[in-house]
Design a binder for this molecule. Structure first.
Ligand code: ATP
Length: 293
């Protein structure tokens, strides 16, 4: 796969402010470089009550750009999955608003949410979540069958060719490698031409070669097919396939990189988790990205 992006790794300070919370400007302290596909404003998510309350999200403002691959990173427990679940309508914020493709997800009834998730949002999970008794092709078109929508054969063919699965369409998941299974899951996420695909650790169960295939496909689904993708990952190499990487710490968006290198991602993560990075980086203040607390 050669689609890994550039080498600049520019860091932008993220400064939440009242101005940004109104939605007048980009949440990252910069105007988004492209039209926005999903927006969160003032997201707070708490779990539990009283002394046991956990503030998983602590006032997140973010814009996901249309036609871009965005990675979400941060230390364990920083709120990555919670943010993605709130953006995807799988969980509801305690406070704040989420808008996906012009629809206010955070105010929707469960019924409308279900329809939105079926028709406008694609999902890729770490564990593939394929139906073992169905072939690759049947798995790919399953969301359309469930939603009783016709298959757009031309789009199906483009997706299947992009993901390199044509010779495997008649195989069941058990007859496919892990990387092939995840590519089936990616094709399934894209077959309904969703507004945005959310991928939660899509390469967490794959070896590095299979991971590269899946990441290359996710990137080309953006560059060649015009999709918008957001993925949570712990892996700096995976994140380097993204156009943009958002970093969370303690439930807040603290910094971002555009066109990152794996090293730039590693350095930024290291500054967020000093103990973990003690051996990996010199204690050089120049390595510390702006905006990291
Ligand atoms: N259902 C829940 N009930 C209580 N606390 C929760 C729940 N879900 C998440 N949390 C807490 O919220 C915080 C953020 O969790 P989240 O899973 O979003 O973090 P993460 O960055 O995705 O972590 P990881 O990288 O370890 O997967 C953590 O402190 C977590 O323990």
């Amino acid at each position: 796969m050669s689609s890994r992006p550039g080498t600049t790794g520019a860091t932008t300070t993220v400064a939440a402010s009242a101005e940004h919370a109104t939605g007048a400007a980009g949440a990252s302290g910069t105007t988004p470089e492209r039209p926005v596909i999903a927006t969160a404003r003032g997201l707070v998510k708490t779990y539990g009550r009283g002394e046991a309350t956990v503030r998983a999200l602590d006032g997140v403002d973010v814009d996901l750009e249309r036609g871009r691959l965005t990675a979400i990173m941060g230390p364990s427990g920083s709120g990555k999955s919670t943010l993605m679940h709130c953006l995807a309508g799988l969980d509801s914020p305690t406070v704040g608003t989420v808008v996906v493709d012009g629809e206010t997800v955070s105010a929707m009834s469960e019924r409308r949410l279900t329809r939105l998730r079926r028709t406008r949002i694609g999902f890729v999970f770490q564990s593939f979540n394929l139906v073992p008794t169905l072939t690759a092709e049947e798995n790919i078109v399953l969301p359309l069958a469930v939603a009783r929508r016709p298959v757009d054969r031309e789009w199906f063919d483009r997706v299947v060719d992009a993901v390199g699965l044509r010779p495997r369409l008649g195989h069941r998941p058990a007859e496919l490698s892990g990387g092939q299974q995840q590519r089936v899951a990616c094709a399934r996420a894209l077959v309904s031409r969703p507004a945005v695909v959310f991928a939660d650790e899509p390469t967490g169960n794959l070896d590095s070669r299979a991971a590269a295939e899946v990441l290359g496909f996710l990137r080309s689904s953006v560059d060649d097919l015009g999709q918008s993708v957001a993925m949570v990952t712990h892996d700096p190499t995976a994140a380097s396939y993204a156009h943009r990487v958002l970093f969370l710490a303690d439930g807040r968006l603290v910094t971002e990189l555009r066109d990152p290198t794996p090293q730039a991602v590693l350095d930024t993560l290291g500054a967020l988790t000093p103990a973990a990075s003690a051996g990996a980086h010199p204690a050089d203040p120049a390595h510390e990205p702006a905006g990291v607390r």
